[in-house]
Write a protein that binds this ligand. Structure first.
Ligand code: FAD
Length: 471
């Protein structure tokens, strides 16, 4: 089946089809209903720069139909805390406002997504259902459930990755070095200007408002952690943050991104995780910025190759959230060192509370928990010490992932699964010289950190909890 034909319909009166067919993946063929085109927004929580929403609009224009956007909110998402829901809902409030200004109705349904969406679509009889791309197992399962119940055609559009994940590679890559050459060949084709979403000329009538307070009350977040106050959610805040980064951080990124005191990183990962900002928009802005080329190259390597490599891992490796997903060499070497003496062994609660003998590690844990963000270099150090200070790699992986996903605002992202698996299980890395506990997995220590940055300054400027963090 040709996704482009499916989306185009018979007689396109609109701006034509503005989305590259390579981004569109047909989930199911079907019988078009008499209703509007529906975009099931999930991972990409933004109005502009969203290829999935553009594809849905083009399909609606081609059919002279209305366009409806629907978000299904599950009240108990795995590992989600109040801080994640707060960031998400305040971002969605902005989405709702912006869509209203373009005459596009927006609804939030609360409950088990396939059930709620199915009942809603039954009432609407849509022409077509468009969803966005997401390797998260829960989302993949929902897509399968929705597709198996529906009659109308369904198409998935990859709006997260600049080079669509399925095209960048057809298999789990060994590392950035294997993805990079192919990725850069495809990049110029996909890194194009992004057209604007238009005011939609065909009305769609749907029932339902955006009852934010009622939705908030119905949430059953796993953790009651306070919302993060340092970072404002939403696309507008993300755009401001990007502008600030382009002038204040980007020019120094190549030299100083490993110095957590330097504040040259973009701090955009939470907005990216919730889809409030498009990586493609960032990449275009970075390309056009008056910064040194080595800074742009270094930043784009992280934003494009490393970030999209993470989706590649989670999409093609079904064991991405388990030590079984580590490469063979890493599993073998960690196994060989399983019985090594651990000079420091901590309970989970001591680690979560940041009560170890290492003040740098404690400062990193306190930042992660209290600010919901941690600088990239310290994330590596933080996770590697969890391997060193717990009884086995399996426990270390489970705990690091749990703390990562609970406290970080950008947690539960492909980047997080890969970051933790890189630090503890050598994913996308290579064997290094052998040493206790780590075997051939890359090691980091406090002295190495001292050589890179002023550790004492970092500790002095880190927040301290007033009450224990662990439940
Ligand atoms: C143990 C560990 C856990 C991590 N957990 C997460 C997580 O839960 N969520 C998350 O988004 N990232 C995670 N990362 C990746 C990375 O550390 C963060 O994306 C980055 O620090 C976010 O800060 P920033 O936006 O200022 O990054 P910048 O340095 O400004 O980078 C720009 C963007 O590039 C991407 N990026 C940067 N570094 C990486 C990387 N190593 N791998 C993949 N993409 C990258 C991110 O989208 C980031 O926002 C983790 C890394 C490690 C080692």
């Amino acid at each position: 089946m040709n996704a482009g034909l499916l989306l185009r319909g018979d007689a396109p009166p609109g701006p034509g089809f503005r989305v590259d067919e390579g981004r569109c993946f047909p989930i199911r063929q079907g019988q078009e209903g008499p209703g509007p085109v529906v975009y099931w927004m999930s991972r990409e929580q933004r109005v502009q720069d969203n290829w999935a929403l553009l594809a849905a609009q083009d399909a609606a224009l081609a059919r002279q139909r209305g366009l409806v956007v629907v978000f299904t909110l599950t009240p108990s998402f795995p590992d989600a805390s109040v801080r994640h829901y707060d960031f998400l809902l305040r971002g969605l409030a902005e989405v709702s406002q912006e869509l209203a200004g373009l005459d596009i109705p927006f609804l939030v349904l609360c409950g088990h997504p396939p059930e709620e969406l199915g009942a809603f679509l039954d009432r609407l009889g849509p022409a077509l259902l468009v969803s966005d791309f997401d390797p998260a197992p829960a989302k993949r399962q929902w897509v399968v459930e929705v597709a198996s119940q529906r009659r109308e055609p369904m198409v998935e559009v990859d709006s997260r990755n600049v080079v669509p994940c399925r095209l960048a590679s057809q298999k789990a890559e060994w590392g950035a070095y294997t993805l990079r050459p192919r990725y850069h060949k495809l990049l110029p084709h996909f890194l194009t200007p992004i057209p604007a979403l238009l005011r939609h000329p065909f009305p769609a009538s749907v029932q339902g408002a955006f009852p934010l307070p009622e939705l908030k009350a119905s949430l059953r977040a796993v953790y009651r952690d306070a919302p993060v106050s340092d970072l404002e959610p939403g696309a507008r805040s993300a755009a401001r943050q990007l502008q600030q980064f382009l002038t204040q951080g980007l020019p120094f990124y190549a030299q100083r991104s490993n110095d957590p005191n330097a504040s040259v990183c973009s701090h955009l990962s939470a907005h990216l995780h919730f889809g409030q900002l498009s990586a493609q928009r960032i990449a275009l802005a970075v390309q056009a910025a008056p910064a040194p080329q080595d800074a742009k190259d270094a930043y784009l390597e992280q934003l494009l190759v490393r970030r999209e490599l993470a989706d590649n891992f989670c999409w093609y490796n079904p064991r991405f959230a388990s030590p079984a997903g580590f490469p063979d060499w890493a599993r073998a070497t960690l196994d060989l060192h399983r019985a090594d003496v651990r000079p420091h062994l901590y309970q989970d609660s001591a680690l979560e509370n940041g009560e170890t003998h290492d003040p740098l590690w404690n400062a990193a844990q306190h930042r992660l928990a209290l600010r919901g963000h941690l600088e990239g270099y310290l994330r590596m150090y933080w996770a590697k010490k969890i391997l060193e200070w717990t009884d086995c790699p399996e426990h270390a992986f489970e705990l690091a992932l749990r703390l990562n996903n609970r406290w970080l605002l950008d947690g539960r992202d492909s980047n997080g699964y890969v970051g933790v698996a890189w630090a503890i299980g050598g994913v996308h890395d290579r064997p290094w010289s052998e040493r206790p506990i780590f075997g051939k997995v890359r090691y980091m220590n406090l002295e190495g950190c001292r050589r890179k940055f002023k550790v004492d300054d970092y500790i002095a400027h880190s927040p301290r909890p007033v009450a224990p963090l662990a439940d």
